[in-house]
Ligand binder design. Sequence first.
Ligand SMILES: Cc1cc2nc3c(=O)[nH]c(=O)nc-3n(C[C@H](O)[C@H](O)[C@H](O)COP(=O)(O)OP(=O)(O)OC[C@H]3O[C@@H](n4cnc5c(N)ncnc54)[C@H](O)[C@@H]3O)c2cc1C
Length: 301
Amino acid sequence: MKTNNKYDVIIIGGSYAGLSAAMALGRAMRHVLIIDGGRPCNWQTPHSHNFLTQDGNTPESIARVSKAQVMQYPTIEFIEGQVIRVEGENDRFTVYNLEGQAFAARKLLFATGIKDLMPEIKGFADCWGISVIHCPYCHGYEYRNEQTGILVNGDQAFEFARLINNWTKKLTVFTNGASTINESQREQLLQLNINVIETPIREIRHIDGFLDELLFGDGSSSKMTALYAKIPFEQHSDIPAKLGCKMTDTGYIQTDDFQKTSIPGIYAAGDNSTMFRSLSITVGAGTKAGAFINHELIAGL
Ligand SMILES: Cc1cc2nc3c(=O)[nH]c(=O)nc-3n(C[C@H](O)[C@H](O)[C@H](O)COP(=O)(O)OP(=O)(O)OC[C@H]3O[C@@H](n4cnc5c(N)ncnc54)[C@H](O)[C@@H]3O)c2cc1C
């Protein structure tokens, strides 16, 4: 297959991390191709918070303005599409997309994010990012003092409940089955007036994603305005793992302080390589990756 021009860098994933890296590289006059599948993890959230200058804006508008600013740099190209395979090694990578095109690059940045794996509770996915939320710093202020649940079990439930207790005192922990919270933790939660309910949740009743009540397997129900949930995830792209990039025990791409992976010439930035999930951290990691990729190109590494 014939490859197109050789780029300095191909960025796979053109959301916040990818665009941020592209801005640094564009300002360093590097030839960059961004390939983006258009599925950022926060697409369903009505308003994004806790990111300076953008507090309360929609994820779509933040991404749109970011992309417009990045595309002002003439050495940056952006195409929509899905990368399905990568071959080669440092200085000689080939990236293939679903449409059957091939592109060559000296360096790669994976800014591919992660995919949340929704539990099979009716209504859960519809409410995700709206009233079923993952992070108090992103959405807790909007639900302060409201009737709130936490869907998580064990040590995590204990730690999370004590954290969320800062935003609301009307708090209940739902373990969705037998509790694995130990006796001493349960005592401490009770002292904070936080009950633990073990009855499995059958359905989340909502209006357009805004929670109304939880329906339980035994036919009972509980009125609720917000529900925090810790759910599992997988890498949005399995290509870094397939290329042999080392992964952490918790499922992230392992990087050093400069966003370098364990494979020479391959970088990762954003949600795929940190458990601290927020726009500001993601954008910071992208900037760092862009700068250090440029540094590596200058050094001829
Ligand atoms: C529901 C929800 C609400 C949130 N709310 C907030 C908030 O209010 N404030 C805040 O600071 N943070 C918030 N976050 C966190 C924030 O959205 C993430 O930290 C941020 O989106 C991570 O950016 P990213 O670029 O790493 O990944 P993403 O934004 O997830 O983007 C990854 C991109 O890579 C693309 N991609 C993946 N694989 C491929 C491939 N093989 N080929 C081509 N493209 C590919 C995807 O299509 C996607 O466009 C929220 C997260 C969620 C899930």
